[in-house]
Design a protein around this ligand. Structure first.
Ligand code: GLY
Length: 305
């Protein structure tokens, strides 16, 4: 385990798991993942873009560790969260002889994490998995808290399971190869943590959001740590979204999911873009209902531009 990595623990009914946040973690992942490699191999689920951009950094660390990385590459984009891709993934994992004692690594954005986590939850009645999120959205939201699943005709994330990873390894330098549109999409989820309960953090976003988007490493680390810590607190309080606390994390998502469904989960609207619009719409509705002053939506709209 890396001594230098900053660590936030997520507590849940079944125990707890660590989230490590440290630049360079992908390169050093072999050291952390070696104990999870059965028969000197580790199965990595990724998509073609992430594997091309970040796979070589992961491989370097494993080269000297005597552990074979076995990549399974799934389609890029939200449409990979589907029955057909899930079935194909499960078939390939079974063909590889995966046992319940194996650990599957999800290496990619929210789609890869949600899909892999769900596959791990049902394969052999539940396998261990680890998340290495490579998009800002996955690092600050979807890799934390154990929600896994796929989309179906009737809507987003309607089939899935709560299945926590054994660990999450967040390397902020993975974002260096991420297109700006994807960074902005993830940034919406960061702002969400300010809007749902931390006015001071929203003030910080107003002052430093441009630095997060522009690639300032310190700003990114601060934003990721603050977001993960906020989510870990909420998940510990309301793991299964039954008492209301976790519902806060869905702020802007009701409108957002409707917009995503309307655009058929395609690339016309990324998840974070839909959530940003959804949060603005939710503020607008709150003004209409008389439960929110008009100055708040103006500030949010101005921040998102
Ligand atoms: N992304 C919302 C949640 O994890 O509850």
């Amino acid at each position: 385990m890396l001594a230098c990595a900053s660590r936030i623990d997520v507590e849940h009914a079944g125990g707890a798991y660590p989230i490590f946040i440290e630049p360079g973690l992908i390169h050093a992942a072999a050291e952390m993942l070696a104990p999870y490699a059965r028969n000197d191999r580790l199965i990595i689920v990724s998509d073609g873009q992430v594997w091309a951009a970040q796979g070589p950094r992961l491989r370097i660390g494993f080269a000297g560790a005597g552990i074979a990385l076995i990549p399974i590459i799934v389609a890029v984009g939200e449409q990979a969260k589907s029955w057909s891709v899930l079935i194909n993934l499960i078939d390939r994992l079974i063909a590889l002889g995966v046992e319940r004692t194996d650990t599957i690594v999800a290496f990619g954005g929210g789609v890869v994490g949600d899909l892999t986590g769900f596959a791990a939850s049902i394969l052999k009645r539940g396998c261990t998995y680890i998340q290495i999120p490579t998009t800002l959205l996955a690092q600050v939201d979807s890799s934390v808290g154990g929600k896994t699943g796929i989309n179906v005709q009737a809507g987003k994330n309607l089939v899935g399971a709560f299945h926590h990873p054994a660990a999450v390894l967040i390397d902020p330098t993975a974002l260096d190869t991420l297109p700006e549109r994807q960074v902005k999409s993830g940034y919406a989820e960061i702002v969400k943590y300010g809007l749902i309960g931390d006015a001071g953090f929203f003030n910080w976003c107003e002052a430093h959001g441009h630095a997060v988007i522009a690639g300032d490493l310190e700003a990114r680390i601060h934003a990721i740590r603050a977001s993960v810590a906020a989510k870990a607190r909420i998940v510990a309080e309301d793991e299964r979204e039954t008492s209301g606390a976790r519902q806060l994390l869905n702020f802007g998502h009701t409108f957002g999911h409707a917009l995503e469904a309307e655009t058929r989960f395609g690339s016309a609207l990324l998840h974070g873009e839909a959530v940003a619009i959804g949060m603005k719409l939710a503020f607008g509705l709150s003004v209409e209902l008389g439960i929110c002053g008009k100055e708040d939506p103006d500030r949010v709209s101005e921040h998102f531009g």
